[in-house]
Design a binder for this molecule. Structure first.
Ligand code: ADP
Ligand code: MG
Length: 136
């Protein structure tokens, strides 16, 4: 589908939040500026996180909110090391965790099969093409 404003992308994220509110892994794909963080923030807000507290993790790969919600941004990850792979794997083990991953493709084979894939693509300044693939 196409969203024609950030607000429309946020509305979509709020709907999608219902699918993972009891646990799940949601992967966001797309270039810089595609809208991954915009999507993740609206999703987090729908799950009850204060919108001002949600930022993309910059100095760390993982941020945790409200007990069991995790926001990962792997943009800066060049190669996954054993320790981080293990840490992320432990998060995946607990199926009640809600895990939102930007640049999920960085995880390659470490990514569980059961997940929701969301691809965002730039169309023009205010429009994005959003493709949803539910592998749950
Ligand atoms: P990413 O995390 O993928 O790098 P961001 O969410 O940080 O992307 O940035 C997306 C930018 O694009 C924001 O400034 C946002 O306001 C803008 N934008 C314009 N149109 C849209 C749209 N339809 N959906 C999402 N973001 C949009
Ligand atoms: Mg981002």
């Amino acid at each position: 589908m196409i969203t024609k404003s950030p607000q429309e992308t946020e509305n979509l994220a709020q709907e999608i939040a219902q699918k993972i509110k009891n646990g799940g892994i949601l992967c966001l794909y797309g270039d810089l500026g595609a809208g991954k963080t915009t999507f993740a923030k609206a999703l987090g807000q729908a799950l009850g996180i204060d919108k001002f507290s949600i930022k993309s993790p910059t100095y760390t790969y993982i941020r945790r909110y409200l007990d069991n919600i995790y926001h990962l941004d792997l943009y800066r990850l060049e190669a996954i090391d054993e320790l981080l792979a293990q840490e992320i794997d432990e998060l995946f083990q607990n199926t009640s965790n809600i895990i939102i991953i930007e640049w999920a493709d960085r995880l390659k084979d470490n990514l569980p099969a059961k997940r929701l894939d969301i691809k965002l693509e730039y169309v023009d300044e205010n429009s994005r093409k959003i493709t949803i693939d539910d592998h749950s």
